[in-house]
Design a protein around this ligand. Structure first.
Ligand code: KG4
Ligand code: ZN
Length: 425
């Protein structure tokens, strides 16, 4: 893994990454000073839209698009300020007419983004950014388009190379990012939920063969990594993703959105639940747990919860009373399947390292069980999972992926770069 990029100031290289694949508007700026696997995070902002989508019970693509358009330029400005880049005098000369025309055509379908771009970015003095990375896919296309068009416009405005990054590669690498010194994150007044001041991070090396279990709202994949940066999906979900199942079951149980954290919170009530022994032990299926392949299927599990709840309601049961037990059994079922298949693949491919990534990687029970089973079954293998601020979508993981994909970057890619909602590793 070699980082090869020309820095404008010869001392340090600055990568700005933009992530808008779903409902988080995220921008990170990292500084790489040549020492491999070590970098500084100058800014890492995640502006969550979760509260807004919660009202609709899930992510609404066009709302996500609108919010990204409204917020991206302001978030970039904040990231630049947090990075202490010199942008004074704040006013640059107005770009030439031909450049303005290109910018207008790039932002033509994103009217709000164009307004915000004109207001906050167009006349900003060029900051010391050497590379712009943007999530190209997979994800919600209307949301991806906003990030991609914003990145294309920045590349043109400041004449900076651009590269498109696979979101799932970001989730894989997120497990390897470790902060050298831990200090509490700055809590700001706004909705911005993660904003760290500059800290040095390191990237743990990948020991191959390695295996990554990626579990998010849109994906459930087992990825074999025979060589660094070479990925082979050996199994994936045939219907719902693990995170999607958490979200749908949370809706059935009236626990709100996002479902993952709500279900694990509910499940954690079980040991302390006063009446737990009075309730029957619910048993849910473990779909495809023992099939020979590495595929998954979670939609039947969701349906099983739906039928269970209907039956209990028919019997006059107040679901709220048994909800912790159902949530726990559902979580156990998902964890059982994920862990069983991951361990079997880890043994078959004799992997030296198991990585966990994606929003569902935040699940403590999954982390605990996977770690325990790896120790038991593959005692020589490492197990890495992301720190809690990097399990969900963020731009820091995309900036790190850009370190390894910088060879693909160019100043002319803006002409052709398009999002791909179904992009594969
Ligand atoms: O990676 P991510 O932030 O977005 C996608 O790329 O999809 O994943 C979001 C998913 C949601 O389905 C959410 O319910 C799930 O991650 N999630 C969890 C937990 N925290 C978030 N699932 C289980 N347990 C959690 N603690
Ligand atoms: Zn994700």
């Amino acid at each position: 893994m070699v980082m090869k990029l020309q820095s404008t100031n010869k001392k340090a290289l600055h990568i700005t990454a933009i992530e808008t694949s779903c409902d988080e508007t995220a921008i990170a700026i990292i500084e790489v000073s040549g020492r491999e696997r070590s970098f500084r995070v100058l800014s890492n902002i995640v502006l969550s839209q979760v509260a807004m989508h919660a009202e609709w019970g899930g992510v609404v693509p066009n709302l996500a698009k609108r919010e990204h358009e409204k917020n991206l330029p302001v978030v970039l400005l904040k990231a630049i300020q947090e990075s202490n880049f010199s942008i004074s005098p704040p006013k640059a000369d107005k770009p030439r007419a031909d450049k303005l025309q290109i910018l207008n055509s790039i932002l033509e379908k994103n009217e709000e983004l164009r307004n915000q771009f004109q207001k906050h970015i167009l006349l900003l003095k060029k900051p010391a950014i050497d590379l712009i990375a943007v999530t190209q896919g997979p994800g919600l296309e209307p949301a991806l388009w906003v990030g991609v068009n914003f990145a294309r416009a920045l590349s043109v405005l400041w004449d900076i190379p651009l590269v498109g990054i696979n979101h799932m590669e970001g989730h894989i690498l997120s497990a390897l990012i470790k902060q050298k010194e831990i200090s509490p994150p700055k809590i700001s007044k706004s909705k911005i939920k993660n904003s760290l001041s500059a800290k040095t991070y390191t990237l743990n090396p990948v020991c191959c063969p390695a295996l990554a279990l990626l579990v998010s709202g849109g994906h459930t994949e087992l990825v074999l990594i025979r060589k660094p940066l070479q990925y082979k999906i050996i199994g994936e979900t045939r219907d719902d993703a693990a995170g999607e199942a958490f979200d749908k079951v949370a809706r059935i149980l009236d626990l709100g959105y996002p479902g993952g954290p709500a279900i694990s919170r509910e499940a954690s009530l079980v040991p302390r639940h006063p009446d737990q022994l009075e309730y029957p032990v619910f048993k849910l299926p473990r779909p495809m747990m023992h099939t020979k392949d590495y595929d998954f299927s979670f939609s039947g599990l969701k349906t099983a919860v739906l039928y269970l709840v209907r039956d209990l309601e028919k019997q006059g049961e107040n679901i709220k009373n048994v909800r912790p037990m159902i949530a726990k059994e559902f979580q156990d079922a998902i964890v059982d399947v994920l862990v069983t298949k991951t361990i079997r693949a880890a043994k078959e491919y004799k992997v030296k390292m198991v990585l966990l990534g994606g929003g569902v990687a935040a699940n403590k029970e999954l982390q605990r069980r996977l770690s325990e089973e790896i120790q038991k079954n593959c005692p020589k293998s490492y197990f890495w999972c992301p720190t809690s601020d990097l399990t969900g979508d963020n731009a820091l993981m995309m900036a790190v992926a850009a370190l390894f994909r910088s060879k693909k970057a160019s100043k002319t890619i803006w002409k052709t770069l398009k999002p791909d909602g179904n992009m594969r590793l």
